[in-house]
Ligand binder design. Sequence first.
Ligand code: AMP
Ligand code: ZN
Length: 118
Amino acid sequence: MQKPDCIFCKLANGEISTAMVYENDQIACFKDASPQAQTHVLIVPKQHYHDIEDLGRTAAGRDDAAAVLAAVPEIAAILGVGDSGYRVINNCGSGAGQTVFHVHFHLLSDPKLKDKLV
Ligand code: AMP
Ligand code: ZN
């Protein structure tokens, strides 16, 4: 189900145009509007989930989570970062920095990431 007035529901489902990198029937991947790395995209289920806890709560959510994981190597290849390496991050809750409450996974790639512990 989609949530009215949720910006990521609208972006993932094409109601608002965006720089789409990849999509299938379950998920979408588009460029982050405020990139924090040379490569910075967001991978988002087309259905609305508040956060990763919500995503893991139902069988449908876990299937969408699997669809995210299945698409990661393909998205990395499209972006040309499969060999150089990349990081996938989810922020859960405002205390961890979540600002958009439609679950999303950041995929980042940048040489500077190599020097960070996490
Ligand atoms: P988080 O802080 O983990 O909730 O991440 C939210 C991310 O969404 C941030 O990196 C924002 O730059 C990004 N963002 C917010 N609005 C948009 C938008 N309309 N299109 C693309 N990225 C967005
Ligand atoms: Zn949503």
